[in-house]
Design a protein around this ligand. Structure first.
Ligand code: TXA
Ligand code: MG
Length: 310
């Protein structure tokens, strides 16, 4: 992806004035603001209609910049070295003298931190003197945005600027891991747990459906296209859109395929864009065929299960 420096400059100028800007990342687009500024962070919550108790992820250029705000341990170092920048978010302890706005996190002293890999996001972060708070750039509880058009569909002119970065290459949000004590996955995401396990060489707890919610990404109703979804369907009903994992010989106008060649990465990349397309084409409900429950398929199924609680 070619970086347009004039666009980066425009985004930087607005962010310096504590305005919100949508930015591309390799997972999904983010709605970004200065993480050190109360007024910028307040704007993010307002635009997204996000509940105040749902803390924001903060995006850093690299570990050097993070040192000013957070403490970290050996497990963090191992994962950072192997996967960053990339689709993994860490829950870390904030330093007492950190400059992070109190509005970002309601969790006593814990901060969600990510290092996006998208070259446009990296180029922007490198030029800023502050990290970016950036939840996914969609209305709260709805499907995330994986293109600049998706962002505009949700926010129209309410966002001052959408920084162009093409289609997100992963298309699913980052995997969230609480790394402060015993490593614990809080949200399945674009990085598979099996590869995290290989690096840490130990068992990892998975707490994506806890009784007590510590991360609203764990909420049951989330990622919803705004119409009902039925899962593991073999036979569709009249007027339903049929969402299928891989391309079938039989093709009808209401059939939507996540992957041409039955590839989970491709399916992940197409998931949100296809859900949005079906809604736009005025279907009143979606039937989903079986999706393999391995690797990224687990994340796809996690999102569809939550979206089906509509
Ligand atoms: O891939 C991603 O993670 C994207 C891109 C833009 O970076 N961002 C994203 O943000 O998905 P968001 O806000 O939609 O989801 C972040 C999740 C939320 O469920 C939030 O509750 C959780 O992270 N979270 C944030 N801070 C937390 C904390 N201190 N402890 C536990 N969970 C936290
Ligand atoms: Mg989100």
């Amino acid at each position: 992806m070619k970086i347009n420096l004039a666009n980066i400059k425009k985004a930087k100028k607005l962010l310096n004035k504590c305005e919100c800007v949508a930015i591309p990342t390799e997972t999904v687009y983010g709605l970004a603001g200065n993480a050190y500024s109360d007024s910028a962070c307040k704007k993010i919550f307002k635009l997204k209609k996000r509940p105040k108790n749902n803390p924001l992820i903060v995006h850093y250029y690299n570990i050097q910049k993070l040192k000013e705000d957070c403490n970290f341990n050996n497990n963090f170092h191992k994962l950072y070295k192997r996967f960053c920048p990339g689709p993994i978010t860490f829950i870390l302890n904030l330093k007492k003298n950190s400059k992070i706005s109190k509005i970002v996190t309601n969790k006593k002293g814990a901060l969600a931190v990510r290092f996006p890999k998208h070259p446009v996001a990296r180029s922007l972060l490198k030029k800023l003197s502050f990290p970016l708070a950036a939840p996914s750039a969609n209305l709260s509880s709805k499907v995330s945005a994986v293109s600049s058009d998706n962002v505009r569909e949700d926010f129209g002119k309410k966002i001052k600027y959408v920084l162009e970065g093409g289609k997100s290459s992963i298309g699913l949000e980052s995997t969230i891991i609480d790394i402060r004590n015993r490593p614990k996955i809080l949200r399945l995401g674009g990085l598979e747990i099996s590869v995290i396990k290989k690096v840490l060489k130990k068992k990892i707890l998975i707490k994506t459906n806890p009784k007590k919610i510590s991360s609203p990404g764990q909420l049951k109703i989330h990622y919803s296209p705004g119409i009902p979804i039925r899962l593991n369907v073999k036979r569709i009903k009249n007027n339903e859109a049929f969402l299928l994992f891989s391309k079938k010989k039989e093709r009808k106008s209401n059939y939507y395929f996540l992957s041409q060649k039955g590839d989970l990465k491709e399916a992940a990349k197409n998931l949100y864009i296809t859900l949005r397309k079906i809604k736009k084409n005025k279907y009143k409900s979606i039937a989903v065929g079986k999706i393999p429950n391995k690797g990224l398929g687990k994340t796809i199924n996690d999102r569809l299960i939550r979206a089906s609680k509509f």
